[in-house]
Ligand binder design. Structure first.
Ligand code: NAP
Length: 286
């Protein structure tokens, strides 16, 4: 069997087109343009690229972006003050802080200072708590983007064993909560998992979010599985690769995401969607 590719780039473009249309509709009806504040601390090149993509997407679909580029020696108190101001700014519906932050800043303290109603990354304990109680409001972008991809291909969830590799607060953990809500039986593997192949071999749905090329051997893939590769690693020759041995996995899976062009574009599209949710464009139980 050769897997069908899950074209995240195309699916994200479609979602962004829908969001753009929604904004036009709402503005015709007298709504204010939605606004997203994007905060970048320091000069990490990868973070710079992510922020640029996010701002360009805003522009493309009609969200106003407010950009704050801050030096990496900024005091934590100054950053907290900026967030306080943005929390109160009625032009700003969403606040995004590009991670990672410099070590002298406590990321969790900063993230918890964002008004949960403006937390478009979905990382605030309030929003994670809502997700854990299966009443999500603003949902972490990458896991929700993956759910949209899975829905797009008509993935069955109930009765399926979903295996998530990686347990970070921003990808692996919320991913496992999304799959649980959808009705799958979920296993989460991480650094201390003994016998990773044993679990991967059972996965009807496999999501790998670690950042280690070749971690998932293709012969572990269950024939007919749906395989989602979240990993992004830039190799010495400049190419980008995921966690899964793609060529071999493609011959066993039914569906597989490419890297790049799979999960990545969905993350940004969901960030845009979350900004519209925060702006009150959808009812909360949408
Ligand atoms: P992270 O915070 O470094 O988390 C990686 C997770 O993998 C941790 O839970 C870690 O365990 C676990 N892990 C490490 N080694 C492992 C092993 N040998 N076997 C099983 N699990 C292992 O990274 P992240 O932020 O979740 O991101 C993961 C990857 O996805 C990265 O490559 C990142 O660039 C990429 N990413 C992509 C997108 C996208 O839009 N496509 C978005 C976000 C992230 P411990 O908790 O024990 O350390």
């Amino acid at each position: 069997m050769t897997a069908q590719l899950i074209d995240g780039k195309a699916i994200a473009a479609q979602l962004k087109a829908e969001l753009s249309e929604k904004i036009s509709e709402k503005m015709t009806a007298g709504h204010r343009r939605p606004g997203l504040a994007v905060i970048l601390v320091g000069a990490d090149p990868a973070s710079g690229i992510y922020v640029k993509n996010k701002r360009e997407s805003c522009e493309q679909i009609g969200i106003q972006s407010f950009f704050y580029a801050l030096p990496d020696n900024i005091e934590e108190s100054e950053l907290l003050k900026l967030i306080t101001d943005l929390n109160q700014d009625t032009q700003v519906d969403g606040i995004l802080i590009q991670l990672p932050l410099p070590h002298h800043i406590h990321a969790s303290k900063i993230l918890e200072h964002i008004d949960p109603r403006k937390d478009v990354d979905g990382f605030h304990p309030y929003n994670i708590g809502r997700l854990a109680q299966r009443r999500p409001l603003l949902r972490p972008c990458t896991p929700y983007g993956i759910m949209l991809l899975l829905n797009h291909i008509g993935q069955r969830f109930k009765g399926c064993h979903a295996v998530v590799v990686g347990a970070s607060n921003i990808v692996g953990r919320p991913m496992s909560l999304e799959l649980l809500i959808a009705g799958s039986t979920v296993t989460v593997c991480h650094r201390f998992t003994h016998d990773l192949p044993y679990f991967v071999r059972q996965a009807d749905i496999l999501v790998s979010a670690v950042g280690k090329p070749g971690l998932i051997h293709s012969e572990w893939i269950k024939p007919g599985a749906t395989v989602i590769d979240v990993g992004i690693t830039r190799l010495a020759d400049g190419t980008i690769t995921g966690d899964i041995e793609f060529a071999g996995a493609k011959e066993r899976a039914a569906w597989i995401t490419p890297v790049p062009g799979g999960v990545g574009p969905m993350t940004v599209a969901v960030l845009m969607r979350n900004t519209l949710v925060a702006a009150g464009y959808y009812d909360h139980h949408h």
